[in-house]
Ligand binder design. Structure first.
Ligand SMILES: [Zn+2]
Length: 222
């Protein structure tokens, strides 16, 4: 794993500078894959795409207009948004985003909703081992957070309704399972077999199918 020179990230609203450090090279050794599509690769870490300015508080998308030149090493590293911050970013809008209703805006909303979903699921990725009745229970979160999690899952399903392909089916299947709608999840898993590349996903389909049969709603490591 070889870190790149840190990129300069400049808030488009107030000019506050942060840095984002990517990788020149990395690999997938030790990568963990999950049913919600998240991959945690220690030798190739993800880098944030949406951030909150620590000075003025606006949410913005990191694109070529905010990353000009190399950053000072002493600048603070950009952080991933928490689930709650993703919700705020959706409500407040991104400072440098396209207009409400444009194609790019719709894509950003889908990406922010996927990030929120996976940020909630992060709570069960490390060290959470449900047992007994807990097998059917939810991730550790408050009632308000649970309502946000569920409404986000439903909104994502409807936003992805029009999308075709294996990945859209897999994500819808996982979202339905997370909501406890096991028949709808199984229906999406069946649809994947219409696509020629389904063989690459047989392991994932089997794991998700078994989880549905057992009435298990949480994200599973593959
Ligand atoms: Zn700012």
């Amino acid at each position: 794993m070889l870190p790149d020179k840190p990129e300069n990230v400049k808030c488009p609203a107030c000019g506050k500078r942060q840095k984002r450090t990517g990788m020149v090279s990395g690999n997938s050794v030790g990568a963990r894959h999950y049913t919600d599509g998240k991959v945690i690769a220690p030798m190739l870490p993800e880098i944030p795409r949406f951030v909150k300015c620590p000075k003025c508080g606006v949410f913005y998308k990191i694109d070529e207009l905010v990353t000009r030149g190399w950053a000072r090493k002493s600048a603070p590293e950009v952080a991933f948004l928490s689930a709650g911050e993703c919700a705020e970013a959706i409500d407040d809008g991104l400072y440098n985003a396209e207009k409400h209703g444009s194609k790019e805006w719709r894509e950003d909303i889908i990406l922010l909703r996927l990030e929120m979903w996976r940020a909630f699921n992060d709570r069960i990725r490390d060290g959470y081992e449900p047992h007994g009745d807990e097998m059917r229970s939810d991730m550790p979160c408050s009632g308000v957070e649970r309502a946000l999690y569920e409404s986000n899952c439903r909104k994502l399903i409807s936003l992805l309704e029009e999308h075709d392909g294996v990945h859209a089916c897999l994500i819808r299947a996982e979202l339905f399972r997370n909501l406890g709608q096991f028949d709808d999840s199984a229906r999406e898993l069946k649809k994947i077999r219409m696509y020629s590349e389904h063989e690459e996903y047989e392991n994932c389909i089997a794991v998700m199918g078994n989880a549905c049969d057992e009435g298990y709603t949480l994200t599973v490591q593959l």
